[in-house]
Design a protein around this ligand. Structure first.
Ligand code: DGP
Length: 114
C-alpha cells in the first residue's frame, strides 16, 4: 500500500467510500463525481499504477474484468448495456494513479469519447 495514494487509502478503509462489492483482490465503489446514473470504480487492492502495468501482474486483469461483469450485473446493467473505461496516463485523462475501471451505465452512451 502507498500512503500517498488515494485509492490505496480507500481500499484500506482509511478514506470512506460507498463500497458496493468486494472480492479478495479487488473492490468496487461509487465514483464521487458520477458521469452517469450508475458510475462505479473497480480497483485492485494492491497498488498497480495503471492498465499499462497489467502485463507484469499475472491474472489481475482477468480478475478485475470478472469483477466488472459481476458489479454491472448487480447494478442491473447486464441487459441494457454499460461502458467500461480505464484511462492510462495523464494525457488520457487518468487523475488517480492507481488502476481503476470505470463502469458507467443507466443512460445512452455516445461515441467517440472526447
Ligand atoms: P480518472 O480520471 O480516470 O483517474 O478517474 C478517477 C475517478 O476517481 C474520477 O472519476 C473521480 C473519482 N474520485 C476521485 N477522488 C475520489 C474519492 O475520494 N472517492 C471516490 N469515491 N471517487 C473519487
Amino acid at each position: 500500500m502507498s500512503n500517498d495514494c488515494l485509492f490505496c487509502r480507500i481500499a484500506a478503509g482509511e478514506i470512506p467510500s460507498e463500497i458496493v462489492a468486494e472480492g479478495e483482490g479487488w473492490l468496487a465503489f461509487r465514483d464521487i463525481q458520477p458521469q452517469a446514473p450508475v458510475h462505479l470504480l473497480v480497483i485492485p487492492r494492491e497498488h498497480v499504477e495503471s492498465a499499462a502495468e497489467l502485463d507484469s501482474v499475472p491474472a489481475l486483469g482477468g480478475e478485475l474484468l470478472q469483477a466488472v461483469a459481476r458489479v454491472a450485473t448487480q447494478e442491473g446493467l447486464h441487459d441494457e448495456g454499460f461502458r467500461v473505461v480505464t484511462n492510462v496516463g495523464e494525457r488520457a485523462g487518468q487523475s488517480v494513479m492507481h488502476l481503476h475501471f470505470h463502469v458507467l451505465g443507466g443512460r445512452r452512451m455516445h461515441w467517440p469519447p472526447g
